[in-house]
Ligand binder design. Structure first.
Ligand SMILES: *[C@@H]1O[C@H](CO)[C@@H](O)[C@H](O)[C@H]1NC(C)=O
Ligand SMILES: *[C@@H]1O[C@H](CO)[C@@H](O)[C@H](O)[C@H]1NC(C)=O
Ligand SMILES: *[C@@H]1O[C@H](CO)[C@@H](O)[C@H](O)[C@H]1NC(C)=O
Ligand SMILES: *[C@@H]1O[C@H](CO)[C@@H](O)[C@H](O)[C@H]1NC(C)=O
Ligand SMILES: *[C@@H]1O[C@H](CO)[C@@H](O)[C@H](O)[C@H]1NC(C)=O
Ligand SMILES: *[C@@H]1O[C@H](CO)[C@@H](O)[C@H](O)[C@H]1NC(C)=O
Ligand SMILES: *[C@@H]1O[C@H](CO)[C@@H](O)[C@H](O)[C@H]1NC(C)=O
Ligand SMILES: *[C@@H]1O[C@H](CO)[C@@H](O)[C@H](O)[C@H]1NC(C)=O
Ligand SMILES: *[C@@H]1O[C@H](CO)[C@@H](O)[C@H](O)[C@H]1NC(C)=O
Length: 603
């Protein structure tokens, strides 16, 4: 095909398919945040800048005590420049506690059926506890508790759900994939299905999957994991009816990513299409109001246009799920100005394109097998997704793949070059299979795929670091995050399978040992105990915390930095732990003293 043909083919398939997919569901009308209390406007600004609470998220999670119009009237009656005391009295008189409408969802779980496979007695008992933690993280929204005309920032849902924990009092998009993985391994299939149904309802209602279940998350999404969730559920249950119901909704989500986040890249006379995260926003994120205000407005000299651009890059950074990271900033090392140089929309991230490729190939297969009764339409949809996948893989190969380093890298739209930063996000294609045939068939290349990962793991005693830059941002060194360990391990399993070998099994074993030990030891050092098996440390007062992230410089501490204090709970950490015990049955609980190390095997 000549280049012109390629372009017109691309344009026509995109248009044909968009029309085709849209006509299969409701009309496509993404909705955004528009409440005068929880989204934007003088009330939000006045209350948030008064800093009544240490975390801006507290106020926007408080439902009103009075009908919305009365609240607005009471606010207007405060006049210009009210004192902090007057603002506090206004909030006390008109708002309920944050999370008031959240109701624990009471359920019990059966013991894990495969618990006996875990050899180590301490780990076995601890795993049972982790499995039972789901019962403490399950909630419903009960807005019926509120008065007539009262409002809250929660988005209505039909089913109960699991929250991450801590300040995260609602469910989140990409977190939930790892939660669902843990639920399914624990045979809590109903809850997994409940959660997926809530997501499908959201896509149906809002035209895309918001970042989380709050109105202030309606301006952005998060890494597209919904197809992966449906896949996990379907692989476990074989529920064809469920899949058939989900399929048109997944089509709809795909249209959102295509319409809102596609970029065209011209390089060496060719045009390619890939995706970046892309949120337009003109105001501070309501749940991080003070932070964003201080980043963008307070003490800066940005023009209005520059402010809008930075508000957009901040919201886009939150859409990536990596809020925040040197991946998205021009300054790559510690600086109080780092966030002011956010450049998120200039980056074409590896994992987003790997996830979309997986969506394309998976939806192609599902349309072929489980599409509508109209065979011609079904065939057309299958072919459409396959073409989308193959042009994406070609673009990833040309633009993101580095043959010498046997790695994918993010691509920068401004420099029109890939960068050379190692992060575990580079491994997503090896988890999801978004790897060119040529690479799949090359033993020498596949054998080099984890060289950078190995070097990084060799430097520190803990889990895989998020980046190599110490910026004090959450998604940078020295923090390591459980979902990224999951991706790295899945990638190792796949590459071994493609090699027909067990080359990376020992490395995978050590990474799993480190991840489980880190989670276990930080739980133990914050007071965790197991009756009859493990006594509580004498100097502790809490009863053990499961953290959202970890410090890669040790085997027993929670990570730090970023926008909020480290969270305990924690949904995705639990899910990943349960999965690791399922994959590796002979992990051994350490003493959690400084002598415990997990040296890497030779490669
Ligand atoms: C959400 O988007 C709307 C429409 O673009 C905009 O007016 C509003 O300021 C945005 N709100 C937030 C919280 O990002
Ligand atoms: C704005 O910046 C000043 C100076 O750094 C600081 O004292 C003030 O607290 C900031 N305002 C807010 C709302 O954080
Ligand atoms: C759930 O259990 C709690 C504590 O036992 C109880 O207070 C609450 O009423 C129960 N909720 C429902 C919906 O049954
Ligand atoms: C997606 O793009 C449409 C059209 O530009 C826009 O109206 C909508 O707000 C965008 N949605 C999100 C969540 O950014
Ligand atoms: C993208 O490339 C431009 C031009 O080289 C550079 O100034 C910018 O810092 C890069 N962005 C990121 C996030 O690395
Ligand atoms: C990271 O940088 C911060 C700020 O400069 C510093 O306090 C901290 O010790 C550094 N951490 C590591 C692990 O080097
Ligand atoms: C308790 O003591 C142990 C060693 O004696 C120490 O490693 C740990 O950090 C202490 N924990 C707390 C919460 O102070
Ligand atoms: C655990 O099992 C793996 C393979 O299943 C094996 O390679 C490893 O040596 C075992 N480790 C221990 C401590 O038994
Ligand atoms: C630390 O743990 C090792 C075994 O993992 C044990 O041999 C050693 O005695 C422990 N050291 C201390 C100080 O508790």
């Amino acid at each position: 095909m000549g280049m012109l043909t390629v372009i017109s083919w691309l344009v026509s398939t995109v248009l044909v398919a968009a029309v085709d997919l849209q006509s299969s569901g409701d009309s496509y009308t993404p909705r955004s945040c528009n409440s005068p209390i929880y989204c934007d406007g003088p009330l939000l600004k006045t209350v948030q800048l008064a800093q009544l609470y240490p975390d801006s998220k507290t106020f926007v999670d408080m439902p009103t005590k009075n009908p919305e119009d009365q609240v607005m009237q009471a606010f207007n009656a405060l006049g210009q420049n009210p004192s902090v005391d007057a603002i506090q009295s206004f909030v006390n008189a008109n708002f309920l506690d944050a999370g008031y409408e959240l109701e624990p969802f009471n359920f019990t779980v059966e013991p894990l059926t495969w618990l006996d496979r875990v050899d180590d007695i301490i780990y076995r008992e601890w795993l049972e506890d982790v499995h039972e933690f789901w019962t403490e993280l399950a909630f419903n929204f009960n807005t019926a508790k509120l008065c007539d005309g009262c409002v809250s920032s929660t988005l209505p849902v039909k089913n109960p759900f699991i929250v991450p924990g801590g300040r995260f009092r609602e469910f989140y998009y990409w977190d939930s994939f790892f939660v669902i993985q843990g639920l399914l391994l624990g045979d809590i299939d109903d809850m997994a299905r409940n959660m997926i149904e809530n997501f499908l309802d959201f896509v149906d209602t809002y035209g895309f999957m918001p970042n989380g279940a709050r109105i202030y998350y309606l301006n952005r999404s998060q890494p597209p994991f919904l197809t992966q969730m449906v896949k996990l559920y379907f692989e476990k249950t074989n529920d064809v009816d469920f899949l058939k119901k989900a399929l048109p909704v997944l089509d709809k989500e795909y249209v959102f990513w295509l319409d809102n986040t596609t970029v065209t890249i011209r390089k060496n006379g060719e045009r390619y299409r890939l995706n970046h995260y892309n949120v337009h926003n003109e105001s501070p994120r309501p749940e991080s109001y003070v932070d964003d205000y201080n980043t963008v407005v307070n003490g800066t000299h940005f023009s209005l246009l520059e402010q809008v651009s930075l508000f957009s890059d901040l919201a886009t950074g939150a859409e990536t799920g990596w809020d925040y990271s040197s991946r998205w900033s021009k300054i790559k090392d510690y600086s109080p100005d780092l966030l002011r140089t956010l450049d998120t929309r200039s980056i074409v991230p590896v994992e987003l394109n790997a996830l979309l490729w997986s969506m394309e190939t998976t939806l192609a297969d599902w349309h072929d097998t489980y599409g509508t009764e109209d065979r011609r339409k079904t065939k057309r949809q299958g072919e459409y997704y396959r073409k989308q996948a193959s042009q994406r893989l070609h673009a990833m190969d040309v633009l993101l793949w580095d043959e010498a380093q046997a790695s994918f890298f993010d691509f920068n739209l401004t420099s029109v070059e890939k960068n050379s930063e190692y992060t575990p996000a580079n491994l997503f294609p090896f988890w999801l299979g978004a790897v060119p045939e040529r690479v799949l068939r090359s033993k020498p290349t596949l054998e080099k795929v984890f060289d950078l990962t190995y070097d990084t793991l060799a430097k520190y005693p803990g889990i895989l670091t998020t980046s190599t830059h110490n910026t004090t941002q959450q998604w940078d060194f020295p923090n390591g995050w459980p979902p990224l360990q999951y991706v790295a391990l899945q990638a190792m399993f796949n590459v071994d399978e493609w090699l027909g070998d067990t080359k990376f099994a020992p490395l995978a074993q050590v990474l799993a040992e480190r991840n489980v030990a880190t989670t276990f030891c930080s739980w133990y050092s914050t007071g965790g105990s197991l009756p009859g098996v493990l006594n509580q440390l004498p100097n502790t007062t809490d009863s053990g915390h499961i953290f959202e992230k970890f410090d890669v410089l040790s085997l027993d501490s929670a990570g730090s930095g970023g926008e909020y204090t480290v969270q305990v709970g924690f949904g995705w950490t639990n899910g990943v732990i349960i999965w690791m015990f399922d994959m590796f049955t002979n992990l051994t609980a350490p003493n959690c003293n400084s002598t415990t190390t997990y040296p890497l095997p030779p490669l």
